[in-house]
Write a protein that binds this ligand. Sequence first.
Ligand code: GLN
Length: 239
Amino acid sequence: MSADTSKVHIGLILPDVLGTYGDSGNATVLCKRLEWRGIAAMVVPVRISEPTPASLDLYVLGGGEDDAQALAADYLREDPGLLRAAERGAVIVGVCAGLQVLGASFTTSDGAVHRGLGLLDVTTKPGERRSVGEVVVQPNPLFGGNPLTGFENHMGVTSVGPDSVPLGRVQRGTGNGDRSEGAVRGHVLATYLHGPVLARNPELADLVLGWVVGHPPPPLEVPEIELLRQERLTRRRAR
Ligand code: GLN
């Protein structure tokens, strides 16, 4: 935990730029799941042109349009905070544009190639068509047991290099584009799943929180969550 060890600090990175798909909710979910267990936590929004504190425990980046993510990548390469935090092993979660920005490079639909932050060994290029719809992913056993669900909306097709591993295998939907989904390297985890993904998949939220607090958090679920999970697994279309 960071300097004020009484609280877990969750950086919500550029919600004004990467806020299009509701992924800022991931920060709220992480904060609430800590508080429900009696652990003090707070969300620290970091807007464009504000320096990113390097001392936070956990950072989340959401999805956005091509121009927005190019702006975010330029900003986060110049502003040292997030890269410094990554060097000391801080936990980072990226969704969609966030995944692409955390990678080595991404090519936007206009053909421009942009450098990413290099925290994940992934490169992204535009696919032939936009992938939109519900996704079901069987996670790599290292990252969970139950299938993950979410929705996707992206042009990018991502290849994962040897220095990262996919988060899981796609059972329904597109994900990275080669039946793999997302990428993980150390405590940097990224996915194409919106939802927000950590609201729809509490086990994934707790995996990440376990990395932050140093041990798996105690169970929290109410029985109705299992019914909801089953309903989402059988969903055909986003709604
Ligand atoms: N602009 C990126 C793409 O279309 C990311 C989209 C998103 O974050 N949903 O691939």
